[in-house]
Design a protein around this ligand. Structure first.
Ligand code: V55
Ligand code: FE
Length: 496
C-alpha cells in the first residue's frame, strides 16, 4: 500500500480498507426474521492502489462487490474487487496507471485506449444476472454466488453505447429493464442511448438522441407510458479535460431540463421542458401518472452536492450551506406548452428507496437518508460527497407524513434496501449498514468505528432495528445496494 492523501476522500468511512474476505455466520443482536432470505449486494469504492494525483476523489476508486448473505436468521459477509480491465492492468503493474476521475488525458500512456471504468456505483440484478455498474462505462457481470468477475457486459455484442447508467429502472409488471447511457459515443459526446432489455435480459431496443448540453445524467425515471430524463447543468468539456482538468463543472446560471418521451416510442418524440436554473439532483425517488399529469419526485438541491463539481464551475458554496428539499415536479401533458410546476414535499436528503413493486406507479411510501437536526455531534466524515447522513426518513409523498430512525451519536448510515414480506399486509423490512464510532463522537480517530447491518421494520423505522448484525470491522462506505431474494439467486444464469 502506498501513501494516501489525507483528504475527505480517504478518511472516515472513505479510509482505504483493501481487504477481500468472506466470513461465516456473524454475531446477531436481536432476531433476523426467517422470511428474509437472499443477498444484499453493495457497491463499495475502495482503491487497490494509492492514486496518481493528490486531489483524487472517492468516485474514482476501484469498485468492490460486497454481499450480506441472509438465511435462517443468520448472516455472513463477503467482499471482493470487481476485476475490471483497469483493476487487472494496475494489479499487474503494482501501482495506479489511470489518473483523474473520467479524464483519460491524465493516464499513464501505457493504458491509452483501455477501459477506465471502475464499476463502483450500483449492483444491478436483471435477467438472472448481476452487474456492477458505473455511468462512465459498460457494466461488469459478477457471479452472485462466488463474487468473481465474469467480464464486461455488452448484450452479446448488441449494445452500441459505450456507457450504461448505474440507475436503470425495472418495470415490476413486465420485468423489462429500461436504461440509458450518456456520452454514448465517447468522451463528451452529446449522444444518449435509450435502451430496453426484455425480462430475460435480451436487448430489444437501442435508440440514440442528443441532449441539449453534455450533462451528467445520473438517474432517470419511467412511468406507465413515459421515459423521463431529468438533466441538470453540471457539464463536461473536452478542452478542460485535455488540459488535465475536471470532467464535471457546475453552471449555476444554466437551466435544468426534463426530456419526456413515450417509453415505447421513438426518441424523435422527445419533448424538452425547461426547469429551474442552477439546481442539481443525482437521484429521483420515483415518477407516476395521475390522468394526464406526470409527477417526478426528486432529491433536489440548489447547487451541486459535490464540492469538486462546484469548484470546477467557480461556484463557491460551502457544503453546509447547500439547501434542498424532496421536491415534486409535475407536468400536465395535455397542456399546449409543457411546463414544470414545482413544490417541496419533504425535508432534504438523498439515497432514496421505493419498493420494487412501486416503480413508476403512484406510491405512498419511500425511504431516504437525511441529517437529524437533533443529532448529538457532527456525523462521521466519508461517503461520496465527504459527509455522511445520520438518519433515515420514511415519507408518504402524497400526504408528507414523516417518520425518522435515528442512529447512535456520530454514526453514519447508508442507503437502505427493501425486502418484501410474504405475509399479506406486512410492509417488509429494510436493510442498512450503520457505521458506529468506537468512542464518543469526534474523540477517537475518524477511521475508528464498527459497521453493523441493521434490520428494520419498513413501516416502523422510528422503533429502530429489530436485529443488528455485527461485522466486527469498519467497512468502507457503500454507494448503492440491491436486495436479491433467494428464488432469484437460485434461478441465476451463473451458478456457484
Ligand atoms: C455519483 C456516483 C458516482 C459517479 C457519479 O452519486 C455520480 C453520484 C460512485 O460513482 O461516478
Ligand atoms: Fe447514484
Amino acid at each position: 500500500m502506498g501513501a494516501f492523501p489525507q483528504t475527505i476522500h480517504f478518511i472516515g468511512t472513505n479510509t482505504p480498507r483493501q481487504q477481500e474476505y468472506a466470513t461465516g455466520a456473524l454475531e446477531v443482536e436481536g432476531t433476523i426474521p426467517a422470511a428474509i432470505d437472499g443477498a444484499f449486494f453493495r457497491a463499495v469504492p475502495d482503491n487497490a492502489h494509492a492514486p496518481m494525483f493528490e486531489d483524487d476523489i472517492a468516485l474514482n476508486h476501484d469498485g468492490m462487490i460486497a454481499r450480506f448473505d441472509i438465511s435462517g436468521g443468520k448472516a455472513s459477509f463477503a467482499i471482493q474487487y470487481v476485476e475490471t480491465e483497469r483493476y487487472r492492468l494496475e494489479k499487474a503493474a503494482g501501482h495506479a496507471l489511470f489518473g483523474r476521475y473520467r479524464n483519460p488525458f491524465t493516464d499513464d500512456p501505457s493504458v491509452a485506449g483501455k477501459d477506465r471504468t471502475v464499476a463502483n456505483t450500483t449492483p444491478v440484478w436483471h435477467g438472472g444476472q448481476l452487474f456492477m455498474t458505473k455511468e462512465d462505462g459498460r457494466g461488469y457481470e459478477v457471479n452472485p454466488h462466488t463474487l468473481e468477475t465474469v467480464g464486461r457486459w455488452d448484450y452479446e455484442g448488441k449494445l452500441r453505447s459505450q456507457t450504461f447508467t448505474a440507475h436503470p429502472r425495472i418495470d415490476p409488471d413486465t420485468g423489462e429493464l429500461f436504461f440509458f447511457g450518456y456520452e454514448a459515443g465517447g468522451l463528451c459526446d452529446l449522444n444518449v442511448a435509450y435502451c430496453i432489455a426484455d425480462k430475460d435480459g435480451n436487448l430489444v431496443s437501442e435508440q440514440w438522441f442528443e441532449q441539449p448540453y453534455c450533462s451528467t445524467i445520473h438517474d432517470f425515471v419511467i412511468t406507465e407510458h413515459y421515459a423521463i430524463f431529468p438533466l441538470f447543468p453540471t457539464l463536461a468539456d473536452l478542452d478542460r479535460l485535455k488540459a488535465g482538468g475536471a470532467h464535471w463543472a457546475h453552471h449555476q446560471d444554466l437551466p435544468s431540463w426534463l426530456g419526456i418521451m413515450p417509453r415505447y416510442g421513438k426518441v424523435s418524440e422527445m419533448q424538452w421542458v425547461k426547469g429551474p436554473v442552477g439546481v442539481s439532483c443525482f437521484h429521483e425517488v420515483n415518477a407516476f401518472e395521475d390522468g394526464d399529469t406526470i409527477h417526478v419526485d426528486l432529491c433536489l438541491t440548489n447547487t451541486n452536492a459535490f464540492q469538486f463539481m462546484r469548484e470546477a464551475g467557480g461556484v463557491h458554496i460551502d457544503q453546509r450551506e447547500i439547501q434542498g428539499a424532496l421536491t415534486r415536479w409535475s407536468v400536465d401533458m395535455s397542456a399546449g406548452e409543457l411546463a414544470i410546476a414545482e413544490r417541496p414535499i419533504g425535508p432534504p436528503g438523498d439515497l432514496c428507496r421505493v419498493e420494487d413493486a412501486a416503480q413508476g406507479k403512484p406510491y405512498d411510501r419511500a425511504w431516504y437518508l437525511s441529517m437529524n437536526p437533533q443529532a448529538k455531534g457532527p456525523p462521521m466524515l466519508g461517503g461520496p460527497v465527504g459527509a455522511n447522513f445520520n438518519c433515515m426518513l420514511r415519507i408518504n409523498p402524497q400526504t408528507g407524513q414523516l417518520a425518522m430512525m435515528e442512529t447512535p451519536p456520530g454514526a453514519a448510515i447508508s442507503e437502505p434496501a427493501h425486502v418484501v414480506s410474504p405475509e399479506p399486509g406486512h410492509g417488509g423490512w429494510l436493510l442498512t449498514v450503520i457505521d458506529i464510532p468506537n468512542g464518543p463522537p469526534g474523540a477517537g480517530h475518524p477511521a475508528d468505528y464498527s459497521s453493523e447491518l441493521w434490520v428494520v421494520e419498513a413501516d416502523a423505522i422510528e422503533r429502530g432495528p429489530i436485529a443488528r448484525v455485527k461485522t466486527g470491522k469498519p467497512l468502507r462506505s457503500q454507494v448503492h445496494g440491491t436486495w436479491v431474494a433467494r428464488d432469484k439467486l437460485a434461478a441465476s444464469k451463473r451458478q456457484g
